[in-house]
Design a protein. Structure first.
Length: 252
């Protein structure tokens, strides 16, 4: 399958890696590290060097207890960073993490290829997606197959318990049978619970383990902090599965 994202056609025959750039002061894992435009752009370049297929830029933390931003405040954080990333990485699909149609429109006008919406999209947002031809990520409960534009996100860690998150991760094969899936579980609480690591920034091993599991379940895109290690793990497991004649239905 191909994911249509404006001028980009992303081949989903193998699991793609989306690198995270948080332009926030309060994200649960890396809040405050990339608030300055220069730092954020340097981080985006580094993620691409490490093998990121897509860069996802967000200006509002959605951690538990987060304080929502207005569309104007969100764009004030995003504007300079997004434009510079688009200039410096013209051949990389850039995603913007927003649920505000106003921010989405501005991002698309600037050249973004994907909108990653973590809450139920408004009618205005759906109309914008159809009109622009951008790639779109929506909560799985709101999934609508629009050509080859839309991916569904089961929303690991969004107002869910550990048990619910484990159940979500355990049901990915069934979800992928309905339509293409993006999973963002990197460094989240469920990874800490399963690995025993309390510090989000130290959850590398568990996060990579979840990414490999996602690929084995047919997930199309994994959204991660640690791109290099994730890409390496997917490459190794994919090569071994091919060499061993594995019959599992993953997309590594």
């Amino acid at each position: 399958m191909t994911w249509t994202c404006r001028q980009f056609s992303i081949d989903l025959a193998s699991t793609r890696v989306m690198g995270i750039v948080n332009v926030t002061p309060d994200s649960f894992s890396d809040g405050g590290l990339y608030l300055r435009p220069g730092d954020a752009v340097s981080h985006a370049r580094a993620l691409v060097r490490d093998g990121a297929d897509i860069i996802d830029v967000g200006a509002e933390s959605t951690r538990p207890g987060h304080r929502p931003l207005s569309a104007s405040a969100e764009w004030a954080r995003l504007n300079a960073v997004l434009r510079q990333i688009l200039r410096e990485l013209p051949n990389v699909p850039i995603s913007v993490d927003t649920y505000h149609p106003e921010t989405a429109q501005r991002a698309l006008d600037a050249g973004a290829a994907i909108i990653n919406c973590v809450f139920t999209p408004s009618d205005e947002m759906w109309q914008l997606v159809e009109k622009s031809g951008c790639g779109f990520v929506v909560p799985a409960k709101d999934y609508r197959p629009i050509g080859t534009q839309v991916l569904q996100d089961p929303m690991v860690g969004f107002d869910t318990t550990r048990e619910e998150d484990i159940a979500i991760l355990g049901s990915l094969r069934r979800l992928a049978a309905r339509g293409p899936v993006l999973v963002g579980a990197s460094r989240k609480r469920v990874v800490g619970a399963l690995s025993g690591e309390a510090e989000p920034a130290r959850r590398l091993g568990g996060s990579v383990g979840v990414a490999v599991w996602c690929a084995m379940c047919g997930v199309s895109v994994v959204r991660v902090h640690d791109v290099k290690e994730t890409k390496e793990a997917l490459s190794v497991v994919g090569a071994l599965a091919k060499e061993g004649g594995s019959t599992w239905t993953g997309t590594i």
